[in-house]
Design a binder for this molecule. Structure first.
Ligand SMILES: [Zn+2]
Length: 170
């Protein structure tokens, strides 16, 4: 691998990378190829990019807690919709979508369920599986106490690593 800046050969290492480019705060990709150049430039190689995003989206959908703004934005991008398109799909204004994504307003639970349904079905393809997932989420919501809220994003990080290993093995 040649450096994009100075065109020298880079030194390859394997390490962990906080994947903030995903728009999510805590997705840690473990043991991915990292190329370091003597000039200080670093190139990251993300294997199975599309699969990784699909896995992260599925994990976000399964969250029993309300979606954060950054998670809503991630899901919208995962299904390749603009704010305007998502707004029209849900029957809200584009401003409403923007306010959810920026964290000014919490998403209404009914819209959240529609969004989760659309996203999960678009990755899984089977409505009956989506219904099973929504049931699972409902049960998890009932079990949840305010004390016992695990960080959904560390959960995502664990899943992302699993996906990475899965992609590597395959
Ligand atoms: Zn360089």
């Amino acid at each position: 691998m040649k450096c994009e800046k100075c065109h020298q050969a880079c030194h390859k290492t394997v390490g962990n990378y906080k994947y903030t480019e995903s728009g999510l705060e805590n997705v840690l990709l473990k043991n991915i190829p990292i190329y370091k150049c003597g000039c200080g430039h670093t190139i990251i190689e993300i294997p199975a990019f599309m699969q990784l995003h699909a896995v992260i989206a599925r994990v976000i959908v399964r969250k029993p807690t309300t979606l954060s703004g950054e998670e809503i934005r991630f899901l919208r991008k995962a299904i390749h919709k603009s704010s305007k398109e998502l707004a029209s799909l849900l029957g809200v204004t584009p401003v409403t979508v923007t306010r959810w994504e920026k964290g000014y307003n919490r998403i209404n639970p009914a819209y959240e369920k529609i969004l989760k349904t659309v996203v999960y079905t678009s990755f899984d393809g089977k409505v009956k599986n989506t219904i099973a997932v929504l049931e699972e989420i409902r049960k998890a919501e009932q079990k949840q106490t305010s004390k016992n809220v695990s960080s959904p994003l560390s959960f995502i990080a664990r899943k992302a690593q699993l996906s990475y290993r899965y992609a590597q093995a395959g």
